[in-house]
Design a protein. Structure first.
Length: 88
């Protein structure tokens, strides 16, 4: 990351298939955003999705997980715009 950019530690809530693996998480678009560095030592944590999205996730056999990382603040909007990002 650019040392002049302001970065902060974040938790990102992602849509992920049931039975996900760390390899599948690393293959997601979120892991490829320049300015976001996923903490690979932090094991993704499955969480209950919000009531607003639980039915749509169940329909496609997905759930939500939390991953930790460091984000360049200038890239927050780009990260939030990804379809598998629920919240930061």
């Amino acid at each position: 990351m650019n040392e002049k950019s302001m970065t902060r530690k974040v938790i990102v809530e992602l849509r992920a298939p049931f039975g996900f693996s760390m390899k599948s998480i690393q293959a997601m678009d979120v892991a490829k955003v320049s300015g976001f560095e996923m903490d690979l030592e932090y094991k993704p944590v499955p969480v209950s999705p919000s009531a607003e999205i639980v039915k749509s996730l169940a329909a496609v056999n997905e759930g939500t997980i939390l991953v930790r990382g460091e984000l360049d603040e200038a890239k927050e909007a780009e990260l939030k715009a990804l379809p598998n990002v629920v919240n930061i």
